[in-house]
Ligand binder design. Structure first.
Ligand code: SRM
Ligand code: SF4
Length: 516
């Protein structure tokens, strides 16, 4: 086939990537700022800007979203304050969300401010590069890395090295800006799989070989509207010093051989299916230039997953990390300033983000805990939230996302409050909301997952959900499946109530009071 004929058969996304690399818009930001969002070339505005982490939002035209990269979810108070200052200038339009990839998204951004925002990022050591479209997403690592006395490996430096390799130290790296599709990487060093390793395209899980520490490698995990799969073992064990090279080799194989014709069939698992695991593994070895060692017999994930909400002793004597619950991850500028202040006054200025959309303030001395607990901010961002609130996660939904079939974050909060008023629960239940089948809110890892859909009720299309159950995280993780389809959101509360009573030992409050 000639090059021209090949181009003819490319889908729209492959075509515009072939015409101009996404990263090329980096040199055009001043021009975009000068002409404004309405005059911009539509492909640059709606798609290529995502290579810089700048997302046009059709729901709020002219007010862009920016998706950062926060490797391992570690951010400083100074950096959080810089992000707070950026959203503050947009008044009511400005806010931020902690994402399900231990990351931060900013909202309300005007294109004319983007060049200045990038200078602020650079000065603060932040980057948003390659965080959207056909790029590697924020790389997740243990949120309590370096703090947890039971950890097997501190993932922070390794996650940073992988990000630096992929993004050319945050400047952008054309070697990895034209992948067939998005790509997720996770590295876990704790005993409880805090990062949902199994739902990543490539993940590293602690495993010892002859008493030497390393990682077993799993590949191909992903969620999409068409198909969801947990990652499968590559039958490879790698020492920490080989992780960056393995990431590079896997990405090069995916870039050069991944399927590109149909975007619904382009994630890594589809290539593994087409080739078979043995061929895929052999190609990774070829690219790596060395043989991979077979997987260690047993990986070391043997704990139930922790959510890190509450107060915990660190491995450093006399110090504690405190996990704050951030309802559905939503932060406003003042919250960001307040959190930065708490991290500085009580800790050492560091903050950690979790895939449950919460945050952790580490390094608080024993002597400062009581004063910390008395801070008014803890009324809103609790260290002991109610059992249902505690496990609540929600994707962006219709407020800002044009794929959304339903409103999620506000509805998730009001539904949980209503259920908590009715029911008594003895343990946290993880309820995840996602506004459409793309599954950004990961309903398949939840005890109860709710996926937005449209339902017909009284002859009208109304907002509804499909219900997922059985997601298990941490040790022996596996994906939940759809158990009930098409419940109208207005009818959902009693359905959830019954599920909680039937499957999770919830008791109606009246009854619980009598039997106690
Ligand atoms: Fe996602 C697309 C938000 C985690 C699967 N996701 C989108 C877009 C960019 C769609 C759009 O342009 O509007 C959403 C932006 C909405 C907005 O304004 O915020 C969006 N995804 C999110 C976030 C913010 C949800 C959240 O509230 O936390 C998460 C950002 C993570 C980050 O920091 O990078 C987010 N998305 C996920 C996850 C969960 C994960 O990574 O663990 C998944 C499922 C896992 C996976 O990808 O395998 C996920 N998002 C998708 C998909 C389906 C991918 C596919 O292969 O088909 C899309 C649609 C697409 O890429 O075409 C999508
Ligand atoms: Fe948007 Fe759907 Fe992702 Fe929710 S799941 S953020 S509605 S794309």
């Amino acid at each position: 086939m000639t090059d021209a004929a090949k181009k003819e058969t490319l889908n729209k996304f492959e075509k515009f990537k072939a015409e101009k690399d996404g990263l090329a818009v980096k040199g055009e930001l001043e021009h975009f700022a000068a002409i404004g969002w309405e005059a911009m070339d539509e492909t640059d505005r709606d798609h290529r800007l995502k290579w810089l982490g700048v997302f046009f939002r059709p729901v709020t035209p002219g007010k862009f979203m920016m998706r950062m990269r926060i490797p391992n979810g570690v951010i400083t108070s100074h950096q959080l304050r810089v992000l707070g200052e950026i959203v503050q200038r947009y008044g009511d339009d400005g806010n931020a969300d902690i994402t399900t990839r231990q990351n931060i998204q900013l909202r309300g951004i005007r294109i004319e401010d983007v060049p200045d925002i990038f200078s602020r990022f650079r000065a603060a050591g932040l980057t948003s590069v390659q965080s959207g479209m056909d790029n590697v997403r924020n790389i997740t690592g243990d949120p309590v890395a370096g703090l947890d006395k039971d950890e097997l490996f501190d993932t922070r430096d390794l996650v940073r090295q992988v990000q630096d390799m992929i993004t050319n130290n945050g400047e952008g790296n054309p070697a990895f800006t034209n992948l067939p599709r998005k790509f997720n990487i996770a590295i876990t060093g704790g005993r409880d799989n805090s990062v949902h390793a199994e739902i990543n395209d490539l993940a590293f899980i602690p495993a010892f070989k002859d008493d030497t520490f390393g990682f077993n490698v799993i590949v191909g995990g992903f969620f999409s509207a068409k198909r969801c799969d947990a990652a499968i073992p590559l039958n490879a064990w790698v020492p920490p010093e080989t992780v960056v090279a393995v990431c590079k080799a896997v990405l090069e194989v995916f870039r050069d051989h991944g399927l590109r014709a149909n975007r619904q069939k382009s994630r890594l698992m589809w290539l593994i299916d087409e080739w078979g695991l043995d061929k895929f593994r052999a190609e990774v070895e070829k690219q790596l230039g060395q043989e991979l060692q077979p997987a260690a017999e047993k990986d070391e994930i043997d704990w139930e997953k922790r959510d890190h909400v509450g107060v915990f002793r660190q491995k450093q004597p006399g110090l504690n990390y405190v996990g704050l619950h951030i309802p559905v991850g939503r932060l406003y500028a003042q919250d960001m300033f307040d959190i930065a202040r708490l991290a500085e006054v009580y800790g050492d200025g560091e903050i950690r983000l979790t895939v449950e959309q919460n945050l952790i303030i580490p390094n608080i001395p024993d002597s400062r805990l009581d004063a910390f607990f008395a801070e008014p901010l803890l009324q809103r961002f609790s260290i002991s939230p109610d059992t249902l609130t505690r496990g609540l996660v929600s994707c962006t939904g219709a407020q800002f996302c044009n794929f959304a079939l339903i409103e999620t974050k506000n509805r998730a909060l009001s539904t949980i409050k209503a259920l908590e008023a009715e029911l008594h629960l003895t343990r946290p239940i993880r309820i995840h909301w996602t506004g459409c089948p793309n599954s950004c809110g990961q309903p398949q890892v939840a005890d109860i997952g709710l996926m937005g859909t449209k339902v017909r009720k009284n002859g009208k299309a109304v907002e509804g959900v499909d219900i997922y159950m059985g997601g298990k995280v941490g040790k022996d993780a596996h994906l939940g499946t759809c158990v009930t389809k098409g419940i109208a959101c207005e009818d959902l509360q009693p359905v959830l109530r019954d599920l909680l009573i039937e499957h999770f030992d919830a008791k109606p409050k009246q009854e619980a009071m009598v039997t106690r």
